[in-house]
Design a protein around this ligand. Structure first.
Ligand code: NAG
Length: 226
């Protein structure tokens, strides 16, 4: 009897299985699927671990900020005033030269004071002058004295503020409000935070307009973390 050799590709046999191959095909298919599933599991696990590490890092940073971070403190130590004429009823152009003492008491934390800050001086709710803080980096355990000129123009005091100013001047007790808004980044070890906005409000009392000495000064601030 003659015999023939017929060659058929293996996958074709498996794809259209005769009954005896059906089980083998099914087993092969399932193994393939299981491999795929395992790969997906690994991928998910790695993503999850990365996410966990990130979350722990952020939590550690926030905990450090909340518990170990010593709040910097600020004080207006010196004020020189010009152009604040009480007698004139027309618009005035007051100039305040303000000296601010910024103290960073932290041992491992530095502060970047960024561009885009604003400083305003108000009397009795009337904005008199404004300016900016210089951008600088304050290293840990550092006191930096910052001087800035705050300039106003076309300011109309109004009768209420004028009366109050005349009265306060005669008593040698003139309260100003210095409002600062500063974008900062905090450096912890070698990691920098995102940009944080710090608002500092100082109540500064001087004893005279012509040669003012600061008689009282208290600053409080609030922080917007994002
Ligand atoms: C604080 O830092 C500034 C700027 O880096 C530096 O010029 C100054 O000497 C430092 N002051 C102190 C007391 O360390």
């Amino acid at each position: 009897p003659e015999s023939f050799v017929v060659q058929i590709p293996r996958d074709q046999i498996l794809r259209y299985p005769p009954p005896e191959n059906a089980r083998k095909y099914e087993a092969l298919r399932r193994r393939g699927e299981r491999g795929n599933c395992c790969c997906r599991c690994c991928c998910f696990l790695i993503c999850f671990l990365l996410f966990l590490i990130l979350a722990v890092g952020i939590a550690a940073l926030v905990l450090y900020l909340v518990f170990r971070f010593k709040a910097p403190n600020y004080a207006v130590t010196n004020v020189a005033i010009s152009g604040l004429v009480v007698t004139s009823s027309g618009p005035i152009s007051p100039v305040f030269d303000v000296t601010i003492r910024a103290n960073n008491p932290n041992s491992k934390v530095g502060i970047y004071y960024l561009e885009g800050s604003s400083v305003d001086v108000l009397f009795n709710g009337v904005s008199l002058s404004s300016g900016v803080l210089p951008a600088f980096y304050q290293p840990s355990r550092n006191v930096t004295i910052v001087q800035t000129a705050l300039v106003g123009s076309g300011v109309v005091l109004g009768s209420t503020a004028t009366t109050a100013l005349v009265n306060d001047q005669s008593q040698g007790f003139i309260p100003f409000e210095v409002k600062t808004r500063a974008p900062v980044k905090i450096r912890i070890g070698s990691v920098n935070t995102w940009k944080i906005t710090v608002k500092v409000r100082c109540d500064v009392v001087v004893n005279s307009l012509t040669s003012p000495a600061v008689v009282s000064n208290s600053c409080h601030y609030n922080v917007r973390l994002w």
